[in-house]
Design a protein around this ligand. Structure first.
Ligand code: ACO
Length: 335
């Protein structure tokens, strides 16, 4: 059986910076509240007319990842695209990437696991590489949140958290046989699906029905989040799934060189760091600049950490995610 490794990383965020003060002009919020509760100082939003969309940002991130992997588009055997904010209801972003990048008629798989989307996607890529079926897989996480948030007072507890952007990784057969993706661990618990969700448009809620049947203050085409409930579950599941990954590989918390948690909320990352007794240099956070970019947050953070020289060959890198579903997962990687 083969093993897989990450051979190229890239990220893209829109140029338009939206500060907490900018949001306070749209809704009843303020910089102090947002920073204290979430750690976020600013995020990026697509600007009308700037030419970006979920798939286009994904292509921009993927182009950089491919270049760094030293591969042309013809070398890619499969696309896996994770998002909760696709350009279209269907088809998904994977086929758009296939077309825009002029790729062969390779499979394009869409992953819908929200904040855990990237970890789910690399786990799937890892399995296809392990069996020997494919050699190079392009994995993308991309989100256009700003296109679907409620920027009135009603949506403030959700809308201040999320930002737009994309990250991509090329997962390749590990020719050296040393290190690579050691294991991945995925979970779900659908009984909490309503606690962080967007119900329509869907087969349950088409737009005219949503408008006709729902009180204006409770419209299910804006995301709903039971923040404290999500927070409480996130801190438990993050720690559990990181430990599960370490145990599976006979590793200890002290072996971790860099933990890249999904950038949900800085307070969640800090809580996990404290709980697991990790030192500051063992945890990477960049939510302060980008907000929560859901499926894009881990590949954006991973790319930045790598660009900043925080990941060296032989390092033990742990990715961990938790989000809507609830779903959660981890990946244990020897770089
Ligand atoms: N600005 C100012 N005040 C606000 C805002 C805002 N943007 N949003 C809510 N408030 C007010 C509320 O109305 C409430 O006022 P009240 O006391 O008069 O009723 C007060 O602030 C406290 O609200 P809470 O919702 O109790 O605030 P909390 O401390 O729980 O913080 C938050 C909210 C930041 C959402 C927090 O619960 C949290 O981070 N939860 C985790 C959720 C998360 O991280 N989700 C993303 C991860 S999952 C994923 O990525 C899909």
């Amino acid at each position: 059986m083969y093993t897989s490794k990450i051979t190229g990383l890239g990220h893209y965020v829109p140029e338009n910076v939206v500060t907490n003060d900018d949001l306070s002009k749209l809704m009843d919020t303020n910089d102090a509240w947002i920073q204290e509760r979430t750690g976020i100082k600013e995020r990026r939003h697509i600007k009308k007319g700037d030419g970006n969309s979920t798939s286009i940002m994904g292509v921009k991130a993927a182009t950089i990842a491919l270049e760094r992997a030293g591969l042309g588009t013809d070398a890619i055997d499969m696309i896996i695209f994770a998002t909760l904010s696709p350009d279209m209801y269907f088809p998904g972003g994977g086929v758009e990437v296939q077309e825009m990048m002029g790729m062969r008629t390779i499979p394009a798989l869409d992953v819908r696991n929200q904040c855990s989307g990237f970890v789910y996607a690399i786990s799937v890529a890892d399995q296809f590489i392990k069996t020997g079926m494919y050699k190079h897989i392009l994995v993308i996480g991309s989100e256009n949140h700003s296109g679907g948030l409620d920027f009135s007072d009603r949506g403030r507890s959700v809308s201040v958290i999320f930002g737009d952007g994309a990250g991509a990784a090329v997962i390749s057969r590990n020719e050296s046989g040393k290190g690579g993706i050691l294991s991945t661990h995925l979970h779900s618990e659908g009984k909490h699906k309503d606690e962080l969700s967007l119900q329509g448009p869907s087969t349950e809620y088409w737009v005219p029905q949503i408008i006709a049947e729902n009180p204006q203050e409770d419209i299910p085409y804006y995301p709903y989040m039971n923040g404290q409930f999500v927070f409480k579950h996130a801190i438990v599941r993050f720690a559990e799934v990181i430990q599960e990954g370490l145990d599976a590989n006979n590793l200890k918390v002290s072996d971790i060189d860099l933990l890249i948690p999904h950038q949900a909320n800085l307070r969640i990352s800090q809580f996990i760091q404290q709980k697991m007794k990790l030192r500051d240099e063992q945890v990477f956070n960049n939510i302060q600049k980008y907000g929560n970019t859901t499926a894009a947050s881990i590949p954006i953070a991973l790319t930045e950490a790598w660009e900043e020289g925080k990941i060296k060959e032989g390092d033990l890198v742990v990715l961990a995610a938790f989000g809507s579903g609830f779903t959660w997962g981890s990946a244990i990687i020897r770089w």
